[in-house]
Design a protein around this ligand. Structure first.
Ligand SMILES: [Zn+2]
Length: 181
């Protein structure tokens, strides 16, 4: 059983605080969970470039793509690595910057009212069993702490930003996740 403390941090996560967050609007109810994917460099797994990117200190010159993204101020609440390890960057009570221009059931600016979880991966490579197990455990903890997030309000970045985003992609098995929520 994963647990979330009153300050909005998962006790089981490795904490890597990001400066890329701010307060949610006063009236925001936390009522949506958004699943994403990321890999840095694209298509490569392992290492700590994602943590560095979300923490605003991706200084490596190891890949030309890093030059394109290093000044972007983005984050997610959590990252689930290929091993199933979970890393948390932003308190769930705060607004992380993961969704961008987005809309869910007619309500825009999903960052205001959502929690963003990144899976280390790509749109077309299967996610690992360990990632599904961790995602299920984290989602259960989130749903019990933020009861306005229900299984029907667990969605993908591709669904709230269609035409602009494609993650977590066809490689993500929604039936597998939803069956365990
Ligand atoms: Zn995304």
């Amino acid at each position: 059983m994963f647990e979330i403390c009153a300050q909005g941090w998962l006790k089981q996560a490795r904490h890597c605080p990001s400066p890329h967050f701010n307060e949610r609007p006063v009236d925001a109810d936390i009522s949506l969970l958004v699943v994403h994917n990321i890999s840095l460099p694209p298509g490569e797994f392992g290492g700590s470039y994602i943590e560095q990117f979300f923490q605003g200190h991706l200084t490596s010159k190891a890949h030309p793509f890093f030059d394109e993204i290093r000044d972007m101020q983005v984050s997610a609440h959590c990252l689930v690595k290929r091993t199933g390890e979970v890393v948390q960057f932003v308190s769930f009570n705060q607004r992380a910057w993961h969704a961008g221009v987005s809309s869910f059931e007619g309500r825009e600016q999903c960052n205001d009212f959502s929690i963003g979880i990144e899976l280390e991966g790509t749109d077309d490579l299967p996610y690992t069993d360990a990632q599904y197990q961790t995602l299920v455990a984290v989602t259960h903890a989130i749903m019990s702490t933020y009861p306005n997030i229900t299984p029907a309000r667990v969605t993908g970045h591709e669904h709230i930003a269609p035409g602009r985003k494609t993650d977590p992609g066809s490689s993500f098995c929604w039936n597998r996740l939803k069956a365990e929520l």
